[in-house]
Write a protein that binds this ligand. Structure first.
Ligand code: UD1
Ligand code: CA
Length: 443
């Protein structure tokens, strides 16, 4: 087992968010803020992750356990009351069962950090040897709100000063602390009791550990973040919006690199963990939520809303103003305009006319429906679930297919509620022409 422990700090109150939702649980492209940090940590294959929360942190722990699953041991430490990042690490270290090894400290509010950067920091610390610490630094065009790195005459790091505690000269510095540290565990344990709360916020700052490492003669190796964007910490909803843009750009770039034609990336929203095949076109103002799967050569949008569990098989089309949830559109099938598909399985080469609604919810339970290969669903059809439109069957425009209607393959049904028309295998044009459509109220 790896001797690496990752401490993730998430006990802060997040007051600057002005929200009743814990800061690290705010959603970001299909994952809570904390989830992005945990995913980067997991890529390092650590021996364990220790999550530090405040006394009200049960919901945070629950979400973290769901995210991590059985991929890594997850321990929880409670910091009660939260008295600063140094105090949070002290609480976290109390939960670490081993004395030696390396401890990587991450703040739960920095979703842009990449595993490759963390790995670089660990390697730098490991090269510096026993007793050392690794410190990541970042050069930010706008360092507002970040701790400033202090260097001595020979350019060596000698400490970090929080912005609130900076003098005028220190505040001018743009080399900042992103909040990423790799510590030799025994050395960290020795230093933690020395931290004091003698500062403008009356908190125990983890950042003060740097100065103590220097004084104790431990080596402090520093490494600059190549992509300064990764330093972003989220303290407000405005900053949450900014990191969302950055993560969205990464996701879109990945799909474009894979051969997905995203016509206008600036108006396309794609969550994490969405699969899209080559030569699929995503048109503007489409929203694709986490877990959506789209095959090759499909067309989506404009203005399509694909929710969790939506699957388009190769060559399928989901056009404008359609919403799809927990449903599959089979190969070559088309749902082109203004439709809602919930809990539906469409076979291949199905045509779903404009304004078709699959009414899947009876107020208590959601029910499934199926549409067989080659079926033709006329415009404005209302299909009350559970229901099945069999292979090759047709519904006329405006048909209301009541719950459990027993349509046979190739049959044509029309009216309100829909009934079978005489003969079989009518074309849609015939059946929607008017005269044969029963208008009666009774079934
Ligand atoms: C911190 C750093 C600052 C750095 C910035 C980077 C300190 C003292 N300051 O400031 O140098 O530039 O991050 O974004 O470390 N937390 C706890 N317990 C606490 C307080 C905080 O677990 O008692 C957690 C928070 O939940 C958060 C993280 O630690 O995830 C950082 O705390 P935050 O208050 O956001 O620190 P910053 O003011 O951003
Ligand atoms: Ca922060």
């Amino acid at each position: 087992m790896s001797s690496l422990t990752v401490l993730v700090l998430a006990a802060g109150q997040g007051k600057r968010m002005k929200s009743a939702v814990p800061k690290v649980l705010h959603g970001l492209l299909g994952r809570p803020l904390l989830g992005w940090v945990l995913e980067s940590a997991l890529e390092l294959k650590p021996g364990r992750i220790v999550l530090v929360t405040g006394p009200d942190g049960d919901p945070i722990e629950k979400v973290a356990r769901e995210l991590v699953g059985d991929r890594c041991e997850l321990l929880r430490a409670v910091q009660n009351p939260p008295r600063g990042t140094g105090d949070a690490v002290r609480a976290g270290m109390d939960a670490v069962p081993t004395e030696d090894g390396v401890v990587l400290v991450l703040y739960g509010d920095m979703p842009l950090v990449r595993a490759s950067s963390l790995d670089g920091l660990l390697q730098a610390q490991s090269a510096a040897g026993v007793g050392s610490m690794g410190l990541m630094t970042a050069e930010l065009a706008d360092p507002t709100g970040y701790g400033r790195i202090q260097r001595g005459d020979e350019g060596q790091v000698i400490g970090i000063v929080e912005e609130r505690d900076c003098n005028d000269e220190q505040r001018l510095g743009y080399e900042t602390n992103p909040g990423l540290y790799a510590f030799d565990a025994p050395a960290l344990r020795k230093i933690l009791p020395q931290l004091s709360s003698d500062n403008s916020q009356g908190e125990y700052y983890l950042t003060d550990a740097v100065e103590f490492f220097v004084k104790a003669g431990g080596r402090v190796v520093d490494l600059i973040l190549e992509d300064a964007e990764e330093a972003a910490g989220v303290n407000s909803l405005e900053q949450l919006g900014e990191v969302r843009w950055a993560l969205q750009a990464r996701i879109l770039e990945q799909h474009l690199a894979n051969g997905v034609r995203i016509e206008d990336p600036s108006t396309t929203m794609i969550d994490c963990e969405v699969e899209i095949g080559q030569d699929t076109v995503i048109q503007p103002f489409s929203v694709l939520r986490k877990g959506v799967k789209i095959g090759a050569g499909c067309e989506v949008g404009p203005f399509a809303h694909m929710r969790t569990g939506a699957v388009l098989e190769d060559g399928a089309v989901l056009g404008n103003f359609c919403e799809i949830k927990n449903s599959t559109i089979g190969p070559g099938s088309k749902v082109k305009h203004l439709s809602y598909l919930g809990d539906v399985t469409l076979g291949s080469k199905v045509n779903v006319g404009a304004g078709t609604i699959f009414a899947n919810y009876d107020g208590k339970v959601k029910h499934p429906s199926t549409v067989g290969d080659g079926a033709f669903v006329g415009s404005g059809t209302l299909i009350v679930a559970p229901n099945a439109v069999p292979e090759g069957a047709t519904t006329a425009a405006g048909a209301v297919l009541t719950k459990g209607a027993k349509m046979g393959p190739g049959e044509v049904w029309a009216g309100v509620p829909a009934r079978r028309l005489g003969g079989s295998a009518k074309t849609a044009e015939d059946s929607s022409s008017g005269s044969q459509v029963p208008q009666s109220e009774e079934g």
